[in-house]
Design a protein around this ligand. Structure first.
Ligand SMILES: *[C@@H]1O[C@H](CO)[C@@H](O)[C@H](O)[C@H]1NC(C)=O
Ligand SMILES: *[C@@H]1O[C@H](CO)[C@@H](O)[C@H](O)[C@H]1NC(C)=O
Ligand SMILES: *[C@@H]1O[C@H](CO)[C@@H](O)[C@H](O)[C@H]1NC(C)=O
Ligand SMILES: *[C@@H]1O[C@H](CO)[C@@H](O)[C@H](O)[C@H]1NC(C)=O
Ligand SMILES: *[C@@H]1O[C@H](CO)[C@@H](O)[C@H](O)[C@H]1NC(C)=O
Length: 412
């Protein structure tokens, strides 16, 4: 197998030397929210990924564990949550601190696979700017500023710096915002073209009947929603990712959507099971080879048989902050481990997102110290613009979700 890492495009190609076992191509597109034709986004031009989706299983409810590259990727590749790796920033290495865990490529390598990876940076393409509008381009009423990401990354770019915006709340002018959206979709079309070339090559090499293709992303992305840009938050747009799995015997060109909730932490056990070397659930923190997620192969099998099965009810994610108010120093978008004073824990069920911002000190969350809460009802507020956390009608539900969140994934 080959493990190929790009910066904007991360790819894991697993070519197996033993006969019969499938190869894997694992593509993790950097920062890709489900802005794809196959996810119903009409502004997108993504014919190759759409084609992959038509010949695969498309997950409509897949979530990252944290909307930042390093924590999300390390979580995915170890199948451990950020709280286990104690990795919420770019600066710590879990092997030296919490445990010498076995990663997904390491596990497959240990089982006879060859692993390779490749990385590269990509540039924008063209989309007419007229088709883009900024949706929900404002900060909602009654949401604590702890939930806000002041998009420090793009502020540091020369062109945005030239706008002389007042930190942290002044918005980017509309025309400039639309250009950012345009560039995002252009970069995406370019990635789509590369995915197309890669998949074509698999057919040219006659590998298609023995190759499983997995495409996902490390987290989502805000394109003006809540007047935010980039990742760095606990909103649905920053956590929701595309996820497509294409299996050799099920490339029959009709939509196979799977609506059950899955998490990126589930991918390692899923690939391990498909490779024929499954891993078990973590019960013991000293275990180097185990998963804090669950293989979703049963969901795929149920979908093939047109059955529904009971599945986990929520996805869990988190985001750290150095304080309630957005700041440059420390950078409230990317606090270092020793700067973290608040942890925002969030869960997403089919209908709701509930977030609690908790006091956090010395790598420990103090659940009796809730600093802010948010509750969104996706049945009529898919963009998370109305916070119901103080609404008496939602009191019972909020108490229930708070308990689930506190007990986190163990209950699911
Ligand atoms: C981790 O374990 C591997 C063997 O599985 C060993 O080769 C490596 O040196 C260990 N690394 C650390 C930092 O303990
Ligand atoms: C915001 O909160 C205030 C006071 O709690 C309340 O009067 C107001 O209706 C709320 N607004 C919204 C949009 O929920
Ligand atoms: C792969 O399987 C399909 C359907 O069974 C078959 O038509 C095709 O020729 C196979 N390709 C290769 C390279 O064996
Ligand atoms: C799958 O199940 C649904 C509802 O149970 C049914 O309406 C549909 O016809 C079934 N489709 C197939 C291909 O069996
Ligand atoms: C929304 O969240 C804020 C911050 O946690 C809270 O103070 C406020 O009362 C909530 N608003 C509503 C309408 O529930």
């Amino acid at each position: 197998m080959y493990l190929i890492i790009f910066r904007s495009f991360f790819l894991l190609l697993l070519i197996e030397k033993c006969k019969g076992r499938p190869n894997f191509i694992f593509i993790i597109v950097d920062d890709l929210r489900p802005a794809l034709g196959c996810y119903g986004d009409v502004n997108s031009w993504s014919p190759n990924i759409d084609n992959l989706a038509r010949n695969g299983f498309l997950f409509t409810q897949a979530y990252a564990q944290q909307s930042l590259c390093a924590p999300s990727r390390n979580s995915l590749l170890t199948s451990r949550r950020p709280d286990t790796l104690k990795l919420y920033d770019f600066y710590n290495y879990w092997r030296n601190t919490v445990g010498n865990f076995t990663t997904l490529p390491q596990h497959l390598k240990d089982n006879g696979y060859i692993t390779k990876s490749i990385g590269k940076i990509f540039h924008p393409d063209y989309h007419p700017i007229e088709k883009f509008k900024l949706h929900n381009y404002y900060w909602p009423k009654n949401v604590s500023s702890v939930a806000y990401n002041p998009w420090t990354d793009i502020r540091e770019r020369q062109d945005v710096e030239g706008l002389n915006l007042k930190f942290p709340w002044q918005k980017i002018p509309h025309y400039f915002g639309k250009k950012i959206v345009q560039s995002y979709y252009a970069a995406l079309s370019y990635i789509d073209d590369l995915v197309g070339q890669l998949l074509k090559k698999i057919y040219t090499l006659n590998l298609e009947n023995n190759t499983i293709i997995v495409l996902t992303s490390d987290h989502g992305w805000s394109l003006g929603q809540h007047s935010q840009w980039g990742k760095y938050s606990n909103f649905d747009v920053a956590l929701k990712v595309p996820l497509i799995i294409s299996l050799p015997n099920h490339r029959n060109n009709f939509d196979k959507n799977i609506n059950s909730i899955v998490e990126l932490v589930d991918i390692f056990p899923t690939i391990a099971e498909l490779a024929g070397c499954p891993i078990k659930s973590c019960t013991n923190s000293k275990d180097n080879l185990c998963s804090e997620g669950i293989s979703f192969v049963p969901l795929i099998n149920a979908n093939i048989k047109n059955q529904t099965i009971k599945w986990k009810q929520a996805a869990f994610s988190q985001y750290p902050r150095p304080g309630i108010e957005p700041t440059w120093h420390p950078n409230s978008d990317k606090p270092r481990l020793d700067e973290i004073k608040i942890m925002g824990y969030t869960l997403r069920t089919k209908h709701y997102r509930y977030t609690a911002w908790i006091k956090f000190k010395n790598k420990k969350a103090y659940w009796n110290k809730i600093l802010a809460e948010e509750l969104y009802d996706h049945r009529h507020d898919p963009n998370e613009m109305s916070n119901y956390s103080n609404d008496p009608m939602y009191k019972k539900l909020k108490t229930k979700l708070n308990t689930y969140l506190k007990n986190r994934w163990y209950n699911f």
